[in-house]
Design a protein around this ligand. Structure first.
Ligand SMILES: [Zn+2]
Length: 627
C-alpha cells in the first residue's frame, strides 16, 4: 500500500500529465485571491470515482480533523488534545522522531493571551491605614497585576526611572525597597506646563511602564501604586479603563490611584502635586512615608495553554545539519473564541486548516518512505510542524521561532500550508516567491511540469505562519487555494473541500520540498515589493525592515511582530510588539499606508515615528536605508 501510493506519486503525478501550466502575477492581497468555482452535479461521485489514493487519504485526515468531537480545535481544549493525539499517532506510525525535549516529546507547550485579553480581577481591596478605598472610584487593579495580599509601608519613588536623560535617576545607588509598596508617578519628568522634558512629542522611552515596574520589583517592592502626574498635559486622564496586558506581567499587586487617593496615601506629609515638582526637578529620590497600604488582589490569568506539535526526519551527508521546515497550523477558532462573527457556534475549520494539516501528515509519510529507500548521499533534515494558536495571531509559529529546535540560519526554507483544500480551476496561490533569489527560476521550472496555474505573490509576510519565519530572514513559500465563502464560518466543513485538489497541492508541495532538500542553499531576499516575482528589476528606494502583524485586533497603527536585523528599523531600535502610530504627522492606519509612504521616500530620509511601547507613546527617529 505504501509503496503503491509512493509510486503513484513518483510516476503518475496527475498534475504532471499534460503540461498547460502558466504563471501569473498574484493578487495584491491573499485575502482577495479567489479563483472561479465550477460547481457541478454529482460532485461527490465524481470526486471519489476519480480520486487517487492520495485524495482519499487527504479526505480521511480532513474528515477526522474537522469532526465535531474535536470541537473546532481551539487551543487548550479537549478537542485540541484529540487533534494532537491524531497528529502524533500519524507521525509515529510514519516513523518520524519527536522534535522536542531532546527527541522525547512531540509537543512544545506555550501560553498565550487572546488579543491582549486582560486577566480577570476576582478580588480587589485597598486600604490606606484603616481607610478602605473604593474600587473603580479611587483605584483600579491594573492588567499587569499579580495575585497578592500585602500590608506594607509606602515609599514614594518619583517616576521610578533608573537611568534617565542627563544623569537623571529616581534611585540612589543603594535604594532598597524590600517589603515596601512603591508609590510611582506615571510617564516621565515634565516641565512647568506638564510637557515631557525629554521628548519632543508626548513621552520618550524612559516612560516605559514595564521598565519602571522592573526597577522597583528588582529592588524588592511588594506592591505598586501608580498615579498620573497631576499637571500632565499629554497623558491619559483618570483611572486606566483598559486593563491592558501590554504593561507586561508581574506577580505582585499593582493598582492605579486617582490623585485624591494618592493624597490619602501620602497622609499629611505632602501632596502628590508637591512631590511631582520635586521629582520633575530631580530633587528627590525615594521617600519613605509613615503610612501603611494594604493591597489585596486576586487575578486570574486568561491565558490559553497551547502546544505546537512536530516530528522530523534526520538528514544525511553534508546537508544533514541544514533544514527544511514544512508547517501548517492545526488549530481553528473552536466555538468562535476569536476571528468570527458567529461566536458560540462550532467552527470545524476543514479548509482552515485541517486541509494544510492533512497535506502535511501525508508529506511526512511520503518523505519518511523516501528517506528510507533513497540512495541519495546528501539530504537536508526535514521538520514537519503543526502550529497551535495561529488564529489568535500566529502565536505558535512566533513561539517556535523564539524557541526553535535548530539554528534558524540553518533553515533553507519554510513551506507553509494554510487553506489548501479548495483548489478551483487548477489555480493555486504561492506567496513568498520574492524571498529567495533562486525562486525566480526555480518556481516556474516546477510549475511548468504541471497543469496548474500558479498565481505568484512575492511578499514573505501575510496572514499566516510563514510571516514569522520570514521575519527571521528565512525564505518562505506559502501555498493557498484561495478564499471561500465558508472562510471562518461554521460552514467550513470537510464536504465543502476538494480532496483531489488537496492531493494535487500535496504533490506540488512534495515536488518543491524535494528541490529544497537537495539543491544548493537558497539566498534570502527581501526584495519583495511590486506585483510579482519578476519585479526584482525595480528595486524600491528604501527598506524599513519591520514585520507587521496582519491579525492584531487594533483600531489604528501597525503592530510589529518582529524587526529584521541590520535594517533601518533595527538601527533605530524598533522592536517586536511596538505599535507604529504615526509617520511624522501622518497617522498610520495600516500596512498599506506605510508601504505608500516608504515608496515615496529616499535613502537618508529621517522619519519621526510615534510608537506605542509598553503602554506609552514614544518618538523614534528612523533613518531610512536603501534595501
Ligand atoms: Zn483561519
Amino acid at each position: 500500500m505504501l509503496r503503491l501510493i509512493l509510486s503513484t506519486l513518483l510516476f503518475s503525478f496527475p498534475a504532471l500529465a499534460q503540461p498547460t501550466a502558466s504563471v501569473i502575477d498574484g493578487p495584491l492581497s491573499a485575502r482577495s485571491f479567489r479563483p472561479e468555482s465550477t460547481p457541478q452535479d454529482g460532485v461527490i461521485k465524481s470526486y471519489f470515482e476519480s480520486a487517487s489514493p492520495l485524495a482519499i487519504e487527504f479526505f480521511e485526515h480532513i474528515s477526522l480533523l474537522s469532526n465535531s468531537w474535536l470541537g473546532g480545535r481551539q487551543p487548550g481544549t479537549q478537542g485540541s488534545k484529540l487533534a494532537g493525539e491524531y497528529i502524533t499517532w500519524n507521525l509515529e506510525r510514519s516513523g518520524l522522531t519527536p522534535a522536542f525535549d531532546t527527541q522525547s516529546s512531540w509537543y512544545q507547550p506555550f501560553l498565550f493571551d487572546v488579543d491582549g485579553t486582560p486577566p480577570i480581577v476576582k478580588k480587589a481591596f485597598v486600604a490606606i491605614e484603616d481607610m478602605a478605598l473604593v474600587d473603580g472610584r479611587d483605584f483600579v487593579v491594573l492588567g499587569n497585576s499579580g495575585t497578592g495580599d500585602i500590608s506594607a509601608p509606602i515609599t514614594f519613588v518619583g517616576y521610578a526611572i533608573e537611568d534617565g536623560e542627563n544623569g537623571y535617576s529616581s534611585f540612589d545607588e543603594n535604594t532598597d525597597l524590600t517589603g515596601q509598596v512603591a508609590l510611582m508617578l506615571r510617564y516621565e519628568p515634565l516641565d512647568a506646563v506638564g510637557v515631557s522634558q525629554w521628548a519632543s512629542r508626548r513621552f520618550g522611552t524612559h516612560s516605559n511602564i514595564k521598565d519602571k515596574m522592573k526597577a522597583v520589583i528588582d529592588r524588592g517592592a511588594v506592591g505598586v501604586i501608580l498615579v498620573n502626574p497631576p499637571n500632565c498635559r499629554d497623558g491619559r486622564r483618570g483611572l486606566e479603563k483598559n486593563r491592558s496586558s501590554r504593561f507586561g506581567k508581574t506577580n505582585i499587586p499593582i493598582v492605579h490611584f486617582t490623585e485624591d487617593a494618592a493624597n490619602i496615601a501620602l497622609g499629611s506629609q505632602a501632596t502628590i502635586a508637591e512631590l511631582q515638582i520635586l521629582a520633575d526637578a530631580g530633587e528627590i529620590s525615594t521617600k519613605t512615608l509613615n503610612q501603611q497600604a494594604s493591597l489585596l488582589t486576586e487575578v486570574e490569568s486568561t491565558d490559553l495553554q497551547a502546544q505546537n506539535i512536530a516530528g522530523f526526519l534526520q538528514g544525511r551527508g553534508e546537508l544533514a545539519d541544514e533544514w527544511l521546515v514544512i508547517g501548517s497550523h492545526y488549530d481553528h477558532v473552536g466555538y468562535g473564541y476569536t476571528g468570527t462573527s458567529s461566536p458560540g457556534i462550532l467552527h470545524r475549520g476543514a479548509d482552515d486548516n485541517a486541509s494544510g494539516t492533512s497535506a502535511n501528515l501525508i508529506l511526512a509519510r511520503l518523505f519518511s518512505d523516501y528517506y528510507s529507500i533513497t540512495e541519495e548521499e546528501s539530504l537536508r533534515s526535514v521538520l514537519f510542524i503543526f502550529f497551535d494558536g495561529e488564529e489568535a495571531g500566529l502565536r505558535g509559529s512566533a513561539h517556535f521561532v523564539k524557541e526553535p529546535t535548530m539554528e534558524l540560519d540553518s533553515v533553507n526554507a519554510m513551506i507553509n500550508l494554510d487553506m489548501v483544500g479548495s483548489l478551483r480551476n487548477s489555480t493555486i496561490s504561492i506567496s513568498g516567491t520574492g524571498t529567495a533569489i533562486e525562486f525566480e527560476v526555480f518556481i516556474p521550472e516546477i510549475i511548468e511540469q504541471t497543469t496548474l496555474t500558479a498565481s505568484l505573490t512575492p511578499s514573505g509576510t501575510g496572514a499566516s505562519d510563514h510571516t514569522n519565519f520570514y521575519a527571521k530572514d528565512i525564505p518562505v513559500l506559502f501555498f493557498f487555494t484561495g478564499m471561500t465563502p465558508e472562510y471562518h464560518t461554521p460552514a467550513d466543513q470537510a464536504y465543502t473541500t476538494n480532496p483531489s485538489g488537496g492531493a494535487i497541492v500535496t504533490e506540488l508541495t512534495y515536488a518543491f520540498a524535494m528541490r529544497l532538500l537537495k539543491d544548493e542553499k537558497l539566498t534570502f531576499s527581501t526584495n519583495t515589493r511590486g506585483g510579482a516575482g519578476r519585479s526584482s528589476s525595480m528595486p524600491s528606494p528604501v527598506r524599513l525592515g519591520v514585520h507587521p502583524s496582519y491579525s492584531a485586533m487594533i483600531e489604528t497603527g501597525i503592530l510589529l511582530t518582529g524587526v529584521s536585523e541590520d535594517t533601518s528599523a533595527s538601527d533605530a531600535g524598533l522592536q517586536a510588539e511596538d505599535v507604529l502610530l504615526a509617520w511624522n504627522d501622518i497617522e498610520l492606519t495600516g500596512g498599506r499606508k506605510l508601504m505608500e509612504l516608504l515608496r515615496e521616500s529616499s535613502p537618508g530620509d529621517v522619519v519621526e515615528f510615534t510608537v506605542q511601547r509598553g503602554g506609552e507613546n514614544i518618538i523614534v527617529d528612523v533613518t531610512l536605508r536603501a534595501p
